[in-house]
Design a binder for this molecule. Structure first.
Ligand code: NAP
Length: 454
């Protein structure tokens, strides 16, 4: 895949980039390695200052960075600006809490003194996707840098200007040059990096095939990996739910980021008694969505990031309809330039049709009717994914049942699934393993050293 910024609204190639030569890549790797030798000794107070300054820069230039995001991958400018604000918040969160998260932890044993110390590992490679081109990188980079590691970023090939801007932000904030670097390289160069003895661990956010490929190489070289992969999150609405709130949240949870979010609600599982009402309101709200230029403040849904994603989504909808599903709204690509797909709701979906097992990465909702919570949970758990789940009910027993039985990395009750620096984020099953964010996230890439003094 060429490294290029291509505007998804027009298809215009805005800028192309030449991948690093082998010599340039080696230079950056060696610089990262040298930098780690000194960076690991920097104080929490220095790291805190640098990341607080990074937060200031993000806040001061949020519109400028937001425009880069929108031009490269098509999310609405207003949501791109929110993404930048969220990154600033993340910097401040870890600047404040990392020293406490990584402080020596005493343990009680028969020794005179026992403790656990958290030490940095070295170079961590991050392979990142385009869908939240700042947020995904920051949620890796900030805990990585606070823990005393150094980071190398291989960003998705369609967001090179975001990748370069992020490295620039850290440098301008005072982070030493080799502690965070962007590598403009294609996916074919990742294996060599993972194999390199100087790279100690890797994290990948992206598709299943990419995760499998990286995990296989890392496994061969016995290196730790965190994987944040795809999802097909259920959004379960039961009879006692606040219906209007559930419907309006369902719309946001499906179409935010133009439908291209790993934790987007993708399968809407509705209890029979309220299904007709839910569906009628859901369809009405989808019809009212404004699709168009993501730079305009009134736009709700912009284009998909690339023509390939558009083609894939179109094929998935067609296969679902061919299998016998009904289209309640949408179901077509817009007849104009750009990667636009109409917000779509599918219903009466037969068993075996794509929404039962595949991730729909675009503004397409699949609706299912169920008899009761038991059936809802069984359907929710029937995919290979296990990222997040959202459950809507005011019945305490149902809440407990859902929390206990849903197979996912998170369950949100009467709320949409979201990531928040204060709590861990990640999946199970084929959605990946390991955690980002929270105390768990910063402890993924450290040597948890047991110290035993007799
Ligand atoms: P993708 O094609 O897997 O790309 C993600 C990153 O992996 C890019 O940097 C890509 O580089 C690289 N890559 C692709 N194939 C690779 C390989 N064989 N070896 C090493 N690296 C490889 O995914 P995407 O289409 O950009 O992103 C969408 C997917 O990401 C969805 O499935 C979504 O659910 C998932 N996602 C998950 C989370 C989460 O937190 N769980 C968050 C966001 C997105 P190139 O661009 O150069 O190909």
């Amino acid at each position: 895949m060429a490294i290029a910024s291509i505007n998804p609204v027009t298809g215009e190639v805005l800028k192309t980039f030449t991948p690093l030569t082998d010599e340039q890549l080696e230079y950056k790797l060696a610089l990262a390695d040298r930098t780690f030798a000194t960076y690991k000794h920097t104080s929490f107070s220095d790291r805190t200052q640098w990341l607080s300054r990074a937060a200031d820069i993000l806040e001061a230039k949020k519109t400028e960075f937001g425009i880069i995001i929108t031009l490269e991958m098509g999310k609405t400018l207003k949501s791109a600006i929110v993404e930048i604000e969220k990154c600033a918040n993340l910097c401040r969160f870890y600047a404040e809490h990392a020293p406490q998260f990584l402080a020596d932890t005493p343990a009680t044993t028969d020794a005179s003194r026992t403790l656990i110390r958290y030490q940095p590992m070295g170079i961590i490679l991050a392979v990142m996707p385009w869908n939240f081109p700042f947020w995904q990188v920051f949620r890796f980079a900030v805990p990585c840098l606070m823990a005393g590691n150094v980071g190398l970023l291989k960003h998705a090939s369609n967001v090179p200007q975001c990748a370069l801007a992020i490295a620039e932000i850290f440098h301008a904030a005072g982070v030493p040059e080799g502690a965070f670097q962007t590598l403009l390289i294609g996916a074919d160069r990742v294996a060599g990096l993972v194999a390199d003895v100087r790279v100690k661990a890797a994290t990948l956010t992206g598709s299943e095939p990419a995760g499998q490929s990286l995990a296989a190489i890392a496994g061969h070289h016995l290196k730790k990996v965190v994987l944040e992969l795809g999802g097909s999150d259920p959004f379960i609405v039961l009879n006692s739910a606040d219906l209007d709130l559930a419907v309006s949240t369902a719309v946001t949870a499906r179409v935010m980021n133009n439908g291209q979010t790993c934790i987007a609600a993708k399968r809407f599982i509705i209890e029979n008694a309220i299904a007709d009402q839910f569906i009628a309101k859901f369809v009405e709200k989808f019809k009212a969505l404004k699709i168009g230029d993501p730079m305009q403040s009134e736009t709700d849904v912009g284009p998909l990031a690339t023509p390939q994603i558009l083609n894939e989504l179109e094929a998935q909808v067609k296969a679902t309809v061919d299998a016998g599903a009904k289209v309640l709204v949408g179901g077509y690509r817009l007849k104009k330039e750009g990667n636009f797909y109409a917000p779509t709701i599918l219903a009466d979906i037969p068993l075996g049709a794509p929404p039962h097992q595949e991730e729909f990465f675009g503004p397409v909702a699949s609706v299912f009717r169920v008899k009761n919570i038991g059936e809802a949970i069984a359907l929710a758990n029937s995919t290979n994914f296990g990222l997040g789940a959202s459950v809507w009910t005011n019945d305490q027993q149902e809440i407990e049942l859902a929390i206990e039985q849903i197979e996912a990395g998170s369950v949100f009750v009467n709320s949409m699934v979201k990531s928040d620096p204060r709590v861990p984020f990640g999946g199970i099953k084929r959605s990946g393993y390991g955690r980002e964010l929270g105390i768990e996230g910063i402890r993924e890439f450290v040597n948890i050293k047991t110290i035993w003094i007799k």
